[in-house]
Design a binder for this molecule. Structure first.
Ligand code: NAP
Length: 234
């Protein structure tokens, strides 16, 4: 049985990935930061465990791996958004977005690799964003952090290919989660109209792509950015 760790799996896209990988037969470790009740309920629903760690905190991630143990599959999903004009973005805002979204990816991947390299098998899927490809006004820090994850994906895929480890990323479009609850109904409607498939995405849409990239069948796919956006970025 493959063991999977999903960061930020208490809600939204991460929770859907946890359900999808559990349904595919994995034992899933549900990482959370603040939403303990939701993470524990999900873990008991899918027969996995719930583990608290702020992914931006290197020591906390080291503790997380001591509790979880080795993993074969890592989904780097935990992320924070920031909606502000660039000129209003403080150094603290900038550092927090990069700390969670980019440093968090480093901390998680670094902890997962010794086992994957030893086993010569691993799947790493990173959740970037359509805004990491296109850039979003009033989300410069977020867009830059998500673009960094695309560079990380491509470079790391080259480095880890010889070790039997694939590294891919998904770039979701507009997905109906808490992250978008700050958007007005009018903005959500505009985004829906800009989407060729004529709807916003569901967390399960992203989870289906993640599950595929984590499967045996995806063994020859690495370094890719898979848009899960209903055609939004085309
Ligand atoms: P969400 O509903 O806001 O959930 C965010 C998740 O990240 C929660 O489980 C949260 O855990 C966790 N998290 C936040 N900070 C954390 C930290 N420091 N350490 C550990 N976990 C942390 O967001 P979502 O929409 O599902 O987004 C998931 C990922 O998809 C993010 O990387 C996001 O950038 C990306 N994405 C989302 C969309 C979209 O439209 N929704 C589009 C493109 C990309 P707690 O609640 O336990 O704190």
């Amino acid at each position: 049985m493959r063991r999977a760790l999903i960061s930020g799996a208490s809600r939204g896209i991460g929770a859907a990935c946890a359900r999808a990988l559990a349904a595919a037969g994995c034992r899933v470790a549900v990482n959370y930061f603040a939403s303990r009740d939701r993470a524990e309920a999900l873990a008991s629903e899918i027969g996995g465990g719930a583990y608290m760690a702020d992914v931006s905190d290197r020591a906390a991630v080291e503790r997380l791996y001591r509790e979880v143990g080795d993993v074969d599959i890592l989904v780097v999903n935990a992320g924070v958004a920031l909606q502000k004009l660039f000129t209003d973005t403080t150094p603290e805002d900038w550092r927090r977005v990069f700390a969670v979204n980019v440093d968090g990816a480093y901390n998680l991947i670094e902890g997962a690799l010794p086992h994957m390299i030893h086993e010569k098998w691993g799947r790493i899927v990173i959740v970037s964003s359509v805004w990491g490809l296109r850039g979003a006004s009033c989300e410069v820090a977020y867009s830059a952090s998500k673009a960094a994850l695309i560079g990380l994906t491509k470079a790391l895929a080259k480095e880890l290919g010889p070790s039997g480890i694939t590294v891919n990323c998904v770039a979701p479009g507009v997905i109906d989660t808490d992250m978008n609850s700050i958007l007005t109904p009018e903005t959500m409607e505009e985004l829906r109209e800009e989407t060729p498939i004529c709807r916003v995405g569901e967390p399960s849409d992203v989870a289906a792509a993640v599950r595929f990239l984590c499967s045996e069948e995806a063994a020859f796919i690495t370094g890719q950015v898979l848009g899960v956006d209903g055609g939004f970025a085309v």
